[in-house]
Design a protein around this ligand. Structure first.
Ligand SMILES: *Cc1c(COP(=O)(O)O)cnc(C)c1O
Length: 348
């Protein structure tokens, strides 16, 4: 069996969390977003490491993820569900002690009817138009909701990675208008918003991608290395082709290594003919098309064909690879396939 090795540095994740925590005021609680299996890196293991670093509150997208994180962490941690209380979620929310962030009048009604007295927060829309109560819905039900003491009032910024965008300030002002003076804990910012400065921090911040080494947190420590095994190599003669659809044609004798990972492992087909792999410090170009389970790489210039080549590592992080594929580091991380052997190091 030959699968890629995905090395995940838990100490770097914890250091990134501490760095996010340090830039906020002492009164701001730094939570951790571990949705989408902690951005592909393993929600249970990552959440336990972050709990060891001091995180007490975790955000997931859906109740099923919350149940998984609860099983990994045990009691004593707050697990907030960004998607709120959807039809069919009641059992999970109750049994695993999850706190849904309610997003609509319908969700508020469902929560109050199905789980009266059970903790909840409220998500307000301040201009992203994606999730959360609109201002007029909030005005209509705020009194009833506030009587039931939500644990958190939150909203989400649409352009926090672009500090100059006017919408950031407009969302901040709207959030103030909707929540000032209510005496309930508030949260507005993910990684990008934390970097916009203290006026965006409120009581709880929600960093995700910055913990995992991604932009917009420029100072993040890299977290992942992905090494792919060479399972065969051959000399390709001038005029011969490599891979599907004649994707590469050799113009000189070319030593081609075949590596065991492809688009089924999250290496997008958009990387065809464009990506670079690394043999230590030496770049090696990907040749031709990305197949489902395989890629082909030019190793002609190496003294020896190595056993593995890196596609993520010190020379190419998740955002650099995302740039080659025409996407962002977030999508590279969350697309990491399930065939890799995940090796954790750093914190316990
Ligand atoms: C995903 C998400 C986050 C985390 O965002 P990052 O940009 O990864 O830090 C925070 N809050 C909400 C509502 C989200 O959907």
């Amino acid at each position: 069996m030959a699968t890629g090795i995905l090395s995940i540095d838990l100490a770097a994740i914890c250091a990134n969390w501490r760095a996010m925590d340090r830039v906020s005021a002492a009164t701001t609680e730094t939570a951790a977003v571990v949705k989408a299996d902690a951005y592909g890196l393993g929600a249970g293991t990552v959440a336990r490491a972050l709990a060891g670093a001091g995180a007490r509150r975790f955000f997931v997208a859906v109740a099923e993820e919350g149940a998984q994180v609860r099983q990994a962490l045990g009691d004593g941690f707050e697990i907030n569900v960004l998607g709120g209380h959807c039809g069919g979620d009641t059992g999970l929310i109750r049994d695993f002690g999850l706190t849904p962030m309610l997003n609509s009048v319908e969700q508020v009604t469902r929560h109050f009817e199905n789980l009266p007295g059970h903790a909840f927060g409220i998500q307000l829309d301040t201009g992203m138009n994606r999730l959360g109560l609109e201002a007029d819905d909030w005005a209509a039900i705020a009194d009833i909701v506030l009587d039931a003491r939500p644990t958190l009032l939150m909203s989400h910024l649409a352009c926090a990675d672009a500090p100059e965008t006017a919408l950031n300030r407009s969302q901040l002002e709207t959030f103030h208008t909707l929540t000032d003076g209510l005496g309930i804990a508030r949260s507005l910012s993910a990684t990008g918003g934390i970097l916009l400065g203290p006026e965006y921090h409120f009581d709880v911040t929600r960093p995700g991608v910055g913990l995992y080494g991604g932009l917009p947190f420029e100072g993040a420590l890299p977290v992942v290395t992905l090494s792919l095994p060479v399972i065969q190599h051959r000399l390709v003669q001038p005029g011969e082709y490599v891979g599907y659809s004649l994707g590469f044609r050799a113009t000189q004798p070319t030593r081609v290594a075949t590596l065991a990972a492809g688009y089924a492992d999250g290496l997008s087909r958009a990387l065809s003919g464009k990506a670079t792999l690394w043999a230590g410090d030496v770049p090696c170009p990907l040749l031709g098309r990305v197949s489902m389970d395989l890629i082909t790489v030019d190793v002609s210039h190496l003294d020896q064909v190595p056993e593995t080549l890196d596609i993520l590592g010190p020379h190419q992080g998740v955002d650099a690879l995302g740039g080659v594929a025409g996407t962002i580091g977030y999508e590279i991380l969350t697309s990491l396939g399930h065939r890799y052997t995940r090796r954790y190091h750093g914190a316990a």
